[in-house]
Every structure is written in C-alpha cells, then in structure tokens.
Design a protein around this ligand. Structure first.
Ligand SMILES: Cc1cc2nc3c(=O)[nH]c(=O)nc-3n(C[C@H](O)[C@H](O)[C@H](O)COP(=O)(O)OP(=O)(O)OC[C@H]3O[C@@H](n4cnc5c(N)ncnc54)[C@H](O)[C@@H]3O)c2cc1C
Length: 416
C-alpha cells in the first residue's frame, strides 16, 4: 500500500487516486486500487447508466482481463468465434484457445458492461461521482489533482481514463499523433431472430459510394437479448477518408445483411465515434493515461475494451507497489506489452489503405481455413512474436516485412 503520510487528514477532498472517466479503463483502475484499500474517486461526466458507442465485442483477451477483475460474465452473451465474410468467401472460425486466453469471447452491450464495472468499483470502496466533468489541476509541471463541479480534489496520482482525446488530452499534451492512423466507426442495434448465435460476423469487403475498397469492416455482433449490434468502421489511411459518409456506409452494409439476419428497424439512431490508435504522451508527473486516452486501440480490429481494462489495472497495481514512480514505470511496461503490436498494427493499416494491397491481402488472408485461423489469432492479439507455431511466425514476419515497407507505404499514402 502507498504511504498516505502526505494526504491523510488534510482535507475532505484528498484521495490516493483520482480517476477521470468511468469507462472500462477507469473502472478497472478503480476496482484494483479500491480493492487494496486505496481511497479512490471516479469522475464520470455522464449520468449513471450512460452508454458508450461501441460494437460491444469482447475478445478472449478481454474475457481474461474481466476474469482478473473478478467480473462474472452472467449478463454477457458467450461467443465461440468469428465468421469472416469476404465477397463470396465465408470462413467460420473458432476462437483458438491459445493459453493464457480462453476459447471464448462475449458480446456485452456497453450500457450494461460499464454499469457492472462501476458497481464493482463502488463495491470495492471507490467513490463514484456521476455527472462530474473533471479537468486536471496542474502545479508547475505536475498534475496534483482535478477540478470538477467547482470543487478541487487532490491525490498522488490522477488516472486519465477519459476515452478518445478531448479537452483533458489537450491540456496534458496527450493527443493523438497526427502522423498516425485512427479509425471512425458507427453502430446501432436492431432486433433479429439470430440474436443468440454464438459467432460474431465481420464483412471485410466494404466499398464506399465511389466503389473504393474500405480498409475496415462491417459487423453484426449478436447480443443474445433479442438484438444485434450492427455497425461499420474505417481507417483513416483510405483514399477519400475525409469524404467518407459513415451513415451511407452503414446503410449499404445493413442492406447487404438485412435479409440473412431478418433485421428489424434500427432501435436507435446510428451513432459514430473515434478510435484513437496512438498518443503523443501517456504519462507525466502525477498522471498516467489509460485505455483510449492512451491511444490503446488495436488498429487491426478496432478493439479497445481489453486494452482499457489491462492498462487501468496496471496503473493501479503499480501505484500500490510504489506511488511515486508510477508514471515512468507504467509507460515502460505498457510500451513493452503493447507498443510493438500496435506499431505493427498501424503499419498494417497503411498497407491496407492501398486498395490493391487490401484486395490482394484479403484474398490471401481468407484464402484457406488455416490461413484465416492465423489471421484471426494475429488480429485478435492472441499471439505475439514469441508464440510457438504458425501464429507466432506470422507475427514475426509481419513485424519485419511491415517495418521494411513502412516508409514506402506512408510516402505513397492515398490523399485523404
Ligand atoms: C463504433 C465503435 C465500435 C467499437 N467496437 C468495439 C468492440 O466491439 N470491442 C472493443 O473491444 N472495442 C470496441 N471499440 C472501442 C471501445 O469502445 C473503446 O476502446 C473503449 O470504450 C475504451 O474504453 P475507455 O474506458 O478507455 O474509454 P471510454 O469507454 O470512452 O470511457 C471514457 C469515459 O470518460 C468520460 N469522460 C470523458 N471526459 C471526461 C471528463 N473530463 N470528466 C469526466 N468524465 C469524462 C466519458 O463520458 C466516458 O464515459 C469500438 C469503438 C467504436 C467507436
């Protein structure tokens, strides 16, 4: 446990950790710290029960992270794998079950998942402040607390878990790296008699209104509650990205799958949000950024829940070991765990931003069941370059080839 000598009894608004943002990353940080007895307050600008625009898909990696937090999956819909659709090719793939990850994922609508995580944080002893928009308080070059609803709180550590960069990131210089790719995605819900299926479905061959292949995918994720989550996402590396109309792309994907899934009306207006895939800074004196705020989104599939959970847990574990050195150690360990993979993913996204390479690569990636299985392992971040077998070999080769090709791919990037 950290020393509290500096903080005990000074003011009612002094805590060990202050968390800005009540998504998976912030809640995970709060659960771990509060469970160990640290005094934690989470500020969430939304009201209790707030929703987050998301596909709601949990990979086996995310299921493992939830298990570490002690989260029961009783309210989630179990998923056994992924159906990849590329034009006429359909590959139904099971999650591989490569240790330490389970052989199943889940779909858990975010309104319910995030509420469950915040309830666990509260149960562990964290204080939740809903409807509180918090901004860091900086003294010299150090973040010493937050200001929210005209009140100031102080703490040894501020965990920035505010999601895709906004005002907090601007203040701390923790914005997305403008040279790196990012994603945009849109989703809604619809009823479907196939809502209880146990496979996610992803269509990898989307085209925009002018027929240009879109680096991204359309998805239907069955939620098991009468509804499916349906959406599309695209990477900023594509030609004409600035003109891409996500609503139109969503409509065209919907009409493609409408009959197969017997979709009902949209249950809400489709809504879009950003997927940050890089960050200029993710730590500084007195603060660390976790989850989307640290740009921890997998460029190969847009997954960010797992990275939010893992980075949130890590920040608090390091705090409990030694509160003074957290930011530097956090940055190093996050770098060791994720930077190589995310860098390869970003390079991959420049590769598939080229329509010809996207078409050719796709034909290869889904060409046989065996190769499609490896594609799933790599894209789900279920293997790394040290994993034995074909998945690890693919990762090592992709690292090397993409590193060599990267300057050319960036230099020849299609105009946005
Ligand atoms: C359309 C779409 C589909 C996606 N699908 C998937 C998927 O299927 N699987 C997956 O793993 N990932 C998916 N993602 C990514 C995933 O949603 C994010 O990576 C994930 O939500 C990150 O969690 P987080 O806790 O870092 O941030 P968030 O979930 O964004 O939470 C941040 C919270 O901080 C709050 N906040 C912001 N600023 C302040 C402030 N100043 N004060 C107080 N509160 C503040 C916000 O209200 C928000 O509640 C998708 C994203 C999009 C846009």
């Amino acid at each position: 446990m950290p020393s509290r000598s500096q903080t005990v009894g000074v003011s009612p608004h002094v805590r060990d950790i202050l968390v800005i943002g009540g998504g998976p990353a912030g809640a995970a940080a709060a659960i771990v710290a509060a469970d160990a007895g640290a005094r934690v307050t989470v500020f969430e600008k939304g009201l209790m029960g707030r929703d987050k625009i998301c596909g709601d898909g949990l990979t086996p990696r995310a299921v493992k992270a939830l298990g570490e937090l002690g989260v029961e999956l009783d309210d989630a819909h179990r998923i056994d794998g992924l159906r990849m659709v590329a034009n006429d090719t359909v590959r139904q793939l099971d999650w591989p079950g490569i240790a330490p990850f389970p052989a199943h994922g889940a779909v858990w609508p975010r309104r319910r998942l995030d509420q469950r995580l915040m309830e666990l944080a509260e149960k562990a002893g964290a204080e939740l402040r809903w409807g509180h928009e918090a901004m860091p308080v900086v003294d010299g070059n150090r973040v010493v607390g937050v200001r929210a609803n005209d009140t100031e709180w102080r703490a040894d550590l501020v965990v920035v878990a505010a999601g895709a960069p906004g005002a907090v990131a601007r203040m701390l210089g923790a914005e997305r790296d403008p040279r790196e790719p990012f994603g945009l995605a849109i989703r809604t819900y619809a009823s479907s008699p196939r809502h209880a299926e146990r496979y996610l479905e992803a269509c990898l061959t989307l085209r925009d209104a002018s027929g240009t292949p879109v680096p991204g995918y359309g998805w239907i994720f069955p939620a098991g509650d009468g509804t499916v989550n349906i959406g599309v996402g695209a990477l900023s590396t594509m030609k004409g990205f600035k003109q891409l109309n996500l609503n139109r792309l969503q409509d065209s994907y919907r009409s493609l799958v409408q009959d197969d899934w017997e979709l009902g009306e949209d249950l809400e207006r489709p809504r879009a949000w950003r997927l940050p895939m890089s960050s200029i800074r993710r730590h500084g004196p007195g603060w660390v950024a976790v989850g989307d705020a640290a740009g921890l989104v997998n460029p190969m599939n847009g997954e960010g829940i797992d990275y939010g959970l893992e980075s949130g847990m890590l920040a608090s574990q390091l705090f409990l070991e030694d509160p003074v050195t957290v930011p530097v150690r956090y940055d190093r360990i996050i770098g060791e765990r994720f930077d190589a993979f995310l860098r390869t993913g970003r390079r991959f996204s420049f590769l598939i931003g080229h329509p010809f390479l996207l078409r050719t690569g796709l034909r290869f990636a889904v060409g046989t069941q065996g190769i499609a299985n490896i594609t799933l392992q790599v894209m789900g971040n279920l293997v790394d370059s040290s994993t034995p077998g074909a998945g690890g070999w693919t990762m090592r080769t992709a690292d090397r080839v993409l590193a060599a090709a990267d300057p050319v791919l960036r230099a020849t990037r299609a105009p946005a």
